[in-house]
Write a protein that binds this ligand. Structure first.
Ligand SMILES: Nc1nc2c(ncn2[C@@H]2O[C@H](COP(=O)(O)OP(=O)(O)OP(=O)(O)O)[C@@H](O)[C@H]2O)c(=O)[nH]1
Ligand SMILES: [Mg+2]
Length: 261
């Protein structure tokens, strides 16, 4: 069936040691309506995921692979994927995890909302109808606290601002200064949500059931929690009144305001 987004979608899948998940994931994405293209961004996975991705790409022109030298982080993997998609004519650039926590069958719902004019659509655990299955209580707590802090500290209205299942309209990624994003790891997701809201884009959330991985190991480390706290503080400081004043003075000094007065 023809959809408004048919033929214009790139799904970016960062991978690190996902050999048990990747072939089935790519198959299910390629079986979706609308010829969704898949870009795997692999960081030289020791388990051979990169070679597996190459084999999938050799069989299917709708699959491509970026190989990076080593484990360079989730955020920079997304950025590499965005650069690839923006250099081509894709209109919807999506991201998801490789471990089936995000169900490929949910993707058309995200795309339908994006095609209706929503700039960033998030597959969300924390809107009515969304849920998390299989996470231990500690993991749920960390995710809950991260989101609560993002709402309180940064004033974000996105309920699930740490979610990796997303669909960006091309214009969003052309506007946000991707090269200046500080976070290279998991905090990238929060920073992007902040920048997209700050830029005034429309964000929508569709409920999803997030299912804990059954194959492979989690890559998230305790260090990522420390980095997330740092990211919150850093972004919060940027939006404090004195910070706005400093940037106003700087702009004034450089003459940017003088012309308008
Ligand atoms: N290319 C690349 N991919 C990564 C990196 N770190 C994680 N990933 C991938 O990013 C996705 C999310 O990582 P996960 O380990 O599943 O993180 P998570 O979902 O927060 O953790 P779990 O719930 O325990 O699975 C997966 O597809 C990983 O393979 C990285 O440094 N580079
Ligand atoms: Mg995962």
């Amino acid at each position: 069936m023809q959809r408004p987004w048919s033929g214009t979608v790139l799904m970016i899948v960062p991978t690190y040691n996902e050999r048990d998940n990747l072939p089935e994931l790519v198959r299910r994405l390629r079986d979706l309506p609308g010829d969704v293209h898949v870009l795997v961004v692999d960081d030289n996975s020791p388990d051979g995921t990169g070679a597996l991705a190459d084999a999938l790409a050799a069989q299917d022109r709708g699959v491509a692979v970026i190989h990076r030298a080593g484990k360079l982080g989730l955020g920079t993997a997304y950025r590499a994927g965005f650069a690839y998609g923006l250099a081509r004519s894709y209109r919807y650039l999506c991201t998801m995890d490789a471990d089936f926590s995000h169900n490929p069958a949910d993707l058309p719902r995200l795309l339908d909302l994006a095609a209706s004019g929503v700039d960033l659509v998030v597959g969300s655990r924390y809107v009515p109808g969304g849920s998390v299955v299989g996470w231990p209580a500690g993991r749920k707590f960390i995710s809950f606290v991260a989101n609560r802090l993002a709402h309180l500290f940064l004033g974000l209205s996105t309920r699930d601002c740490t979610a990796g299942f997303r669909c960006y309209r091309r214009e969003v990624l052309e506007t946000i200064p991707l090269a200046t994003i500080f976070s290279g790891g998991y905090s990238f997701l929060m920073e992007m949500a902040f920048l997209v809201e700050e830029a005034g884009f429309r964000i929508g959330e569709v409920p999803i059931t997030f299912v804990n991985r059954t194959q492979g190991d989690s890559k998230i480390s305790k260090l990522e929690i420390v980095k997330a706290v740092y990211t919150l503080l850093r972004l919060r400081t940027r939006s404090l009144p004195w910070d706005r004043m400093v940037s106003w003075v700087r702009r004034r000094r450089s003459g940017a305001l003088g012309e308008r007065e």
